[in-house]
Design a protein around this ligand. Sequence first.
Ligand SMILES: [Zn+2]
Length: 307
Amino acid sequence: MNILFLFLDGIGIGSDDPGLNPFAELELPAFEELAGGHRWIEGIPETREPDRLFTTIDANLDMDGLPQSGTGQATLFTGVNCAQIAERHYGPFPHSKTKPTIEGLNVFRRLEELFMDESEPCAFANAYPERFFGYVEKRDRWTVTTRSCLHSNTRIRSTDDLRKGLAVPADLTGKRWPEPVDENMMPADERAAARRLLRIASGHHFTLFEYFFTDKAGHKQSADQARRVLTSLDILLDEILAGMQNQEILLLLTSDHGNLEDLSTKSHTRNPVPFVAYGRGADQFETVKSLVDVTPAVVALFKGGEG
Ligand SMILES: [Zn+2]
């Protein structure tokens, strides 16, 4: 079995007020399908079926203040409470005290240690533009996920991978790609992006895709942008759900902290975040209660011999 992990930055479970929460305002059939037909708002019932799990999990990590991406993502992708290590919520980049944890215990590295005889058990599906590499090297501003790539054998994908149809731009379709490129390199639409993700996932035990425009729209408090990104993601999810029927793929989806679900504030929120496991093996994630539990559950699933 292969896991496709969609990480959506900055979405929590918030109020049922459509004026504040785009998840309350919009019809999002694919999102709702993941949650047994329910909208992703406060009071949403848990779904616990063998092949479909929807629950809400804690992102506050036993720490006061508003959760941030650096510590939240480091926790999510290592299984260690990195807010405790940093003694605060910190972000968007990883806190210096958490770097050894990311280096030694990131999910890519942990899975590579399980699949020692395979050359590329994990994939990070995001494509990065050329200018990214020069910029981060100069300023040492690696995000949690790209830093995890540096300290594992998982590649950071580039324009070359886009050209081969083996990477997806951060906004799914490349409309906001910062460099001039041949348009044919980009997925034509969200459905094409979904098919790329499924194609990548079919060749690796664990494929991660990171999407941050949800968090951006939340910081902007823009209902328009919120509508645009959620509608776009709903199409992506719809195509993933259709395509994964024929493949042994388990879809995971979660976030690092709330934000977009409360457009009354431009900051993050302390709301719980959604956790989805969809496909065969979903019930193996029933013990996930917070960001800390996700990576250990992924590792345990493959250790169980399912791989
Ligand atoms: Zn943010």
